[in-house]
Ligand binder design. Structure first.
Ligand SMILES: *Cc1c(COP(=O)(O)O)cnc(C)c1O
Length: 478
């Protein structure tokens, strides 16, 4: 299996190379040359597997044995998806589950993805990346400087996954004062030799632009072995594909049954994995993109017009991990939508890279969005509060603000008359965003043990203005 860049001007590379490269040298994102297809028989065989068995069966389809021997891959996966790492925040009945599904009511389910160390779904991919990075760096006798941008959850997931990993340093850019108190404490309280928190004066998109700016300086990038763990990293997508299968098997009995899946979305990484699961043959009827007030993606799926916004037009909301107005992984979906026509993709993204948008509403491609099963909805603070309250009062379920955006979209799209099941992905535990949860239900969600006083710990971070050059200098001097 070789990987190609969406922009078609970078050499094809192997799986292990996509992990260490991040963005392709032509500015594009890596995707496999083709998606492996699983038929009904294959799905049937996967149905009864434990999480780590399933992860191996799916991921090995994307990794050549002569790139990473499958026996090694299996060991890395088995080491990652354990009860110790993933049922640490919640009583999980079956530890082999990792991502248990809860029935909320008839045909409505929640798939819990937030049982890892930082209480958000990003742990699922990041813990895998941490282990596979350490494996590869050791094998290649290499050092990696990970440069990332976070709106809150990526950063902590990356840092906790890289603590003590040999050969890895982490430089994490976060928007100053824009994360929840808990998120900030989770990241900045780390005092590790290989982890650097850089607080940028700006919003998440500014941080992401700095990462892109540094990565586009190819000389700097190769001299300093800069790598990425942002959701553009193919290793994250591949690890996220797994739980779509797990969730599907958990709520269905037969592999010809269709389901709908709603995904709280920001950078489009999570739902991109859902798109790929569907391309592999998982019977997903609809993928529903749930956005908050930053509804650029919702606007695209409704109108065919993609208009990324600048950072000063990006709202700071109570579901901050979705405060994104330029979704990196969206490029992967549009590549497939364009039948993988790299020239057209380059044309569209030359506009996006200049801060402009594009309009597909008058093209055949817009009609094809339906063939890919996509629908969308947006939410806002009022809905979040209402839904959190409603889920608590009706079902005794306390959900976080991002998951609430998901349920809002799911309710918009559920049709009670059909018996198609709807799965909403839970992307974080309510503790991470407890300010809004308290506003909604008048009580504080119970914190996982050991995290009760995390805000009181000393914090370690460096403040910096919005400057590519300053970040480069910092990395070089460390
Ligand atoms: C990152 C994140 C999202 C958005 O996921 P994307 O992959 O960026 O679309 C949603 N909710 C939470 C809690 C997150 O941390």
């Amino acid at each position: 299996m070789k990987y190609i860049s969406t922009r078609g001007k970078a050499p094809k590379i192997k799986f292990s190379e996509t992990l260490l490269t991040g963005l392709a040298n032509d500015g594009g994102l890596y995707l496999p040359e083709s998606y492996p297809r699983l038929d009904e028989m294959a799905l049937k065989n996967l149905r009864s597997k434990s999480y780590s068995e399933l992860a191996f069966e799916i991921m090995k389809l994307y990794v050549d044995d002569n790139d990473i021997p499958h026996l090694d891959l299996k060991q890395i996966i088995d080491k990652t998806y354990t009860k110790n790492i993933f049922s640490y925040n919640r009583e999980i009945q079956d530890p082999a589950d990792i991502t248990p599904a809860t029935k909320v009511k008839n045909n409505l389910y929640m798939l819990s993805l937030s049982n890892g160390p930082t209480l958000a779904f990003k742990d699922i991919a990041m813990q895998f990346l941490g282990n596979i990075f350490e494996y590869l760096l050791k094998k290649n006798n290499q050092q990696l400087n990970i440069l990332g941008a976070t709106s809150g959850d990526t950063g902590s997931a990356a840092e906790y996954a890289m603590i003590g990993k040999k050969g890895v340093n982490v430089y994490m850019l976060s928007p100053q004062g824009k994360m929840s108190a808990f998120q900030t404490a989770q990241m900045y309280s780390l005092n590790e030799n290989n982890i650097f928190n850089i607080a940028i004066q700006g919003v998440f998109d500014d941080c992401q632009d700095i990462v892109k700016g540094v990565s586009n300086d190819l000389k700097f990038k190769s001299k300093n072995n800069i790598g990425a763990v942002n959701s553009i990293n193919w290793g994250r997508i591949i690890a996220q594909i797994v739980y779509y299968f797990k969730g599907y098997f958990a709520v269905t009995n037969n592999s010809d049954e269709m389901v709908d899946v709603t995904v709280p979305s920001g950078n489009f990484g999570n739902i991109c994995a859902g798109h790929i699961a569907r391309m592999m043959g998982l019977p997903i009827r609809r993928l529903i993109v749930a956005t908050n007030e930053n509804n650029v993606l919702d606007e695209f799926y409704r109108t065919g017009v993609y208009k990324p916004r600048s950072s000063d037009q990006t709202f700071h909301t109570s579901s901050p991990s979705m405060d994104i107005s330029k979704a990196s992984n969206f490029e992967r979906f549009v590549f497939d939508l364009l039948d993988r026509d790299e020239e057209q993709l380059r044309d569209l993204w030359s506009k996006v890279d200049k801060g402009q948008g594009f309009d597909l509403s008058m093209t055949n491609y817009f009609g094809k969005i339906k063939n890919f099963g996509f629908s969308s909805s947006s939410s806002n603070h009022e809905y979040r509060v209402k839904i959190i309250k409603q889920m608590f009062e009706e079902f005794g379920l306390i959900i976080d603000t991002h998951t609430a955006d998901g349920f809002k979209a799911a309710y918009d799209h559920m049709d009670e008359s059909s018996d198609i099941k709807m799965i909403v992905l839970e992307t974080a535990l309510p503790t991470k965003f407890e300010e809004t949860v308290i506003e909604a239900i008048g009580q504080k969600p119970k914190r996982p043990a050991g995290l009760e006083d995390i805000e009181k710990l000393p914090q370690f971070s460096v403040n910096m203005d919005n400057s590519i050059e300053n970040v480069k200098k910092f990395i070089e001097s460390h």
